[in-house]
Design a binder for this molecule. Structure first.
Ligand code: PTJ
Length: 252
C-alpha cells in the first residue's frame, strides 16, 4: 500500500496531499478507478484557484441541499469510487442524519469494483447499501452507464451526485429528479444542470451539510421550503466562476 504522506500539518498542501493519498489507496484497493486519479487532479486545480476554502455561495448551497434532503420523499446519496475513497464515514453520517439511502453507482462499472465499494462502506459502518441490483435504467444512457437500483436512484425524488460525469447528471435531471451536485468545476455540465450546484471540495462540503441537517431537521416544512425557494442557482454558479477568475488573476 502507498506510504502515508510524511508532510507536517503546517505544510500549505497538507490537505490536498492527504486527499491524494486516500485516492492512491483507493486505486490500490480496487475502489477507485485510474480515471478517478485524473478526476482528483482536475478537482485539485479548481480547488487551488478557489483558495481551498468554502466560498459563501457554496456554503449557502450546502444548506439548501441539506433542506432538500430533509424534505425529500426518497433521497439517495450516490457513491462512486472517488467518494468512497475520500469520505466513507461522512457519507454514512449524512445518510443517517437525513434518512437518505446510500447507493453505489459508478461510471466505469465493473462487478468487482461495485462489490469492493459496498464492502468498504460496510466496513465503515454502513448497514444498508444499494447498488448491486442494477435493475433500473436511466433513460437515454447506454448499457452499463444506465444501470441503477429500481428501489434506489431510479425511484428517488432527490439525488446527491458528487463528482459525477456530465452525461449521467444530465440524464438524471431529465428524469425530473432534484439533483444536488458537488463539483469543484462550476462550468462542468453536472454543476450546470443541477438544481443545487455545490462548488466546493467534497471533504469540506459534507461536514457542512451534516451540521446543517442536524441544525434544521426539527424545523417545519414551511421553513425548509422557504430556504429552498430563496436559492438562486445561477447566482451561485456565477459567484464560483468569478471567484476562480479572481483567483487566477491573483496568482498571475
Ligand atoms: O468511480 P467511477 O467509475 O464512478 O468514476 C468516478 C469519476 C470521478 C472518475 C467519474 O465520475 C468522472 O469521470 O468524473 P469527471 O467527469 O472527471 O468529473 C469529476 C468532477 O469532479 C470534475 O469536474 C472535478 O473537477 C470534480 N472533482 C474532483 N475531485 C473533487 C471534485 N469536486 C469536489 N471535490 C473533490 N474532491
Amino acid at each position: 500500500m502507498a506510504d502515508e504522506p510524511s508532510v507536517p500539518e503546517t505544510h500549505p498542501r497538507h490537505a490536498s496531499i492527504e486527499q491524494r493519498h486516500l485516492i492512491e489507496v483507493g486505486v490500490e484497493s480496487g475502489i477507485t478507478s485510474m480515471q478517478g486519479l485524473v478526476a482528483q487532479g482536475r478537482g485539485e486545480a479548481f480547488d487551488y484557484l478557489i483558495g481551498e476554502r468554502t466560498i459563501e455561495s457554496a456554503r449557502e448551497a450546502e444548506r439548501v441541499a441539506a433542506c432538500h434532503l430533509l424534505l425529500a420523499d426518497h433521497a439517495v446519496l450516490s457513491v462512486n469510487g472517488n467518494v468512497a475513497a475520500l469520505v466513507p464515514e461522512l457519507i454514512i453520517e449524512l445518510a443517517e442524519v437525513t434518512g437518505a439511502d446510500i447507493e453505489v453507482n459508478i461510471f466505469n462499472r465493473t462487478e468487482e469494483r461495485l462489490h469492493a465499494i459496498v464492502h468498504h462502506l460496510r466496513d465503515h459502518g454502513a448497514t444498508d447499501v444499494k447498488g448491486l441490483a442494477g435493475d433500473g435504467r436511466i433513460p437515454g444512457l447506454k448499457q452499463n452507464r444506465a444501470k441503477v437500483d429500481a428501489d434506489g436512484i431510479y425511484d428517488a425524488d432527490v439525488v446527491l451526485v458528487p463528482l459525477e460525469d456530465g452525461n449521467r447528471a444530465e440524464a438524471l435531471s431529465d428524469m425530473g429528479k432534484t439533483e444536488l451536485v458537488i463539483d469543484l468545476n462550476p462550468l462542468s455540465r453536472s454543476a450546470q444542470v443541477s438544481a443545487v450546484p455545490i462548488v466546493d471540495n467534497i471533504v469540506r462540503a459534507l461536514p457542512n451539510m451534516i451540521a446543517d441537517a442536524r441544525d434544521l431537521r426539527d424545523e417545519s416544512t414551511d421553513h425548509l421550503e422557504h430556504i429552498v425557494n430563496g436559492f438562486d442557482r445561477e447566482a451561485a454558479l456565477t459567484d464560483a466562476e468569478n471567484t476562480i477568475r479572481a483567483g487566477s488573476l491573483e496568482l498571475a
